[in-house]
Write a protein that binds this ligand. Structure first.
Ligand SMILES: [Zn+2]
Ligand SMILES: [Zn+2]
Length: 131
């Protein structure tokens, strides 16, 4: 099992490293994830905040507060989505990263579907057991 994973944005300006074990990998169908990523589904991998560090391009990262206390971060140069953080609720200690930005294998397969009731009919669906 790898000890850490590396992620980067499309332009390569931002690089991040996350230490395993991750907390979860899950597909999210909520309208906010789908719209902010312009995608039918967003697959997230979750970490405690101290497990994730920005190894390149911290100054390029832009922060969009999508709802109060909820921050969606992206590369200001190429627009790649990099992280979801919320200052309240059950995820306050976590950073969620899109699995798609990883360039190396992660430590688990997807284990759940969040907000499946918000999925549009056309979006791909991967049925499986929850963690
Ligand atoms: Zn970029
Ligand atoms: Zn979501």
């Amino acid at each position: 099992m790898p000890e850490s994973g590396t992620a980067r944005c499309h332009c390569g300006g931002v690089e991040m490293v996350a230490e395993f074990p991750s907390r979860f990998v899950a597909h999210c169908y909520c309208a906010s994830c789908r719209r902010t990523h312009a995608a039918g589904v967003v697959t997230w991998i979750g970490f405690r905040r101290e497990q994730v560090r920005i190894t390149k391009g911290a100054d390029l990262i832009r922060d969009y507060e999508s709802s109060r206390g909820t921050h969606r971060k992206f590369c200001g140069q190429c627009g790649t989505r990099l992280a979801f953080e919320s200052s309240h609720g059950k995820w306050a200690e976590e950073v969620h990263m899109p699995l798609a930005i990883f360039t190396t294998p992660v430590d688990r397969p997807p284990g759940g579907n969040a907000f499946p009731e918000e999925r549009p009919d056309w979006a791909p669906f991967n049925a499986h057991e929850r963690d």
